[in-house]
Design a protein around this ligand. Structure first.
Ligand SMILES: Nc1ncnc2c1ncn2[C@@H]1O[C@H](COP(=O)(O)OP(=O)(O)O)[C@@H](O)[C@H]1O
Ligand SMILES: [Mg+2]
Length: 412
């Protein structure tokens, strides 16, 4: 029997970590395909001084903190470099390759990123040498001309993005100057809007698994993900899924969410670097069990199947496909898809799930229908909504989650 410790590096969340701990425990010891039995403990990690040579106790860490805090980020890098600790997102690329780098990579791969321009800071950094540099080398530029060239409406948003902070829709010159003046020391993209799109598809990826959901950003949080299937035709659905998997494999991101706008059959990727994707039960509702099951499966596969972390990139292999003039867009996507499957070991993962985790779907349904999940749901609603809305939202989420459980039972 091999025992594994899974570490969770958490911020304010309670819901999915509690679900993850409970489902992993309920899954019991796992027999891998070589007959070896693996058991699991989960631990919420604390932040403290660490010796660079100390051996981490964790085999795998799911991180929700490092994007914002240097200390856990540096712990993760150390753990990856010195002891091969498995991390779902590469801390190396998530530090250096935020939204801007993802756009650049996708443009190189031939995807339909809307036209985007990076403009210099409104207020330059506070640095003694900056004034001299700016005086000599900063070229004055015409913001209006850039916006006119892109065409209105457009979006101004931080080059590194996150949680809609600093994002504004720009309809005219007045909006443009107000938003730029307000941007201060944040570095901004101007991006052509995909106006009047047909579908906003938001996908959540965990390892090789991707779930595409219909999203409505104009709704309050609890109503953004629609419970709707078949809202994309088969070809477009496959394209959206492939784009997510390709970007993730390209950067070694295994827990990420991706946003695409679909208009007149064209898929426009707009946001593909979310180091800490939303998995709250109050926003995912019906899809929450899918996320927990995928996280548990992938964490088990990564620790029990002999998979080793690969933080090194194979950018060149993607670029060789991108640069091949003989290949159409569809052929390129398919070729990237093959590279992504190799990275994720999709086939071996599917085999592993069939052999070692065939009981997991039933475990998840049982847990979602049980009293422990109901308590978690009620507690989460109480800590998320004002008191007068508790009753309404408890009923709302109970309805959605029991519909999910019913749908699972009907399909098996
Ligand atoms: N090019 C665009 N066309 C249409 N809507 C956009 C575009 N870019 C951003 N948006 C809207 O703004 C929201 C936030 O932008 P996004 O790039 O996702 O930033 P963040 O990283 O903060 O989530 C998107 O969810 C979408 O509703
Ligand atoms: Mg976004």
């Amino acid at each position: 029997m091999t025992n594994h410790l899974i570490g969770l590096l958490l911020g304010t969340e309670e819901d999915w970590p509690a679900a993850f701990e409970a489902v992993l425990k309920a899954a019991g010891p796992i027999t891998a395909m070589d007959g070896e039995v693996h058991s699991y403990d989960v631990e919420r990690m604390t932040i403290e001084p660490f010796d660079l040579r100390a051996r981490p106790r964790q085999d795998l860490v799911i991180d929700r903190l490092a994007y914002w805090y240097y200390h856990p980020r540096e712990w993760l890098k150390k753990a990856a470099l010195t002891h091969d600790v498995y991390l779902l997102n590469s801390p190396f690329t998530f530090q250096s390759m935020e939204k801007h780098a993802a756009y650049c990579a996708m443009i190189r791969l031939g995807l339909n990123v809307p036209d985007t321009v990076l403009v210099p800071f409104k207020n330059p950094p506070d640095h003694a040498k900056y004034a001299y540099t700016a005086e000599r080398y900063n070229r004055p530029f015409d913001l209006d001309a850039i916006a006119d060239e892109l065409g209105y409406p457009l979006f101004m948003k931080p080059y590194d993005g996150g949680a809609w902070v600093g994002v504004s829709e720009i309809r005219d010159r007045h909006d443009l100057h107000r938003a730029y003046d307000e941007s201060g020391q944040r570095l901004m993209h101007l991006q052509k809007a995909v106006a009047d799109y047909d579908v906003f598809a938001r996908s959540l990826s965990i390892g090789p698994e991707t779930l595409v959901m219909k999203f409505d950003p104009s709704q309050p949080m609890h109503g953004r993900y629609a419970v709707e299937h078949g809202f994309l035709d088969a070809g477009t659905g496959l394209e959206v899924t492939s784009i997510g998997r390709v970007v993730n494999a390209f950067f070694r991101w295994e827990f990420n969410s991706c946003e695409t706008l679909v208009k007149d059959g064209v898929v426009y990727p707009i946001d593909y670097a979310n180091a800490c994707p939303d998995v709250a039960v109050t926003s995912l509702h019906y899809y929450f069990p899918w996320a927990i099951q995928a996280l548990v499966s992938w964490a088990i596969f990564c620790t029990a199947s002999g998979r080793t972390p690969r933080y090194d990139l194979n950018t060149r292999a993607y670029f060789d496909v991108a640069d091949d003039p003989e290949l159409s867009y569809g052929e390129k996507l398919a070729a990237y898809g093959t590279l992504a499957d190799e990275y994720f070991e999709s086939e071996r993962y599917a085999e592993f799930c069939g052999f070692s985790l065939s009981h997991l779907p039933e475990v998840v349904v049982g847990w979602i229908e049980g009293p422990e999940f109901d308590r978690l749901l009620v507690d989460t609603v109480r800590s998320t909504f004002p008191p007068h809305e508790h009753e309404q939202f408890v009923a709302h989420y109970r309805g959605l989650l029991s519909a999910w459980a019913r749908d699972q039972r009907a399909s098996t």
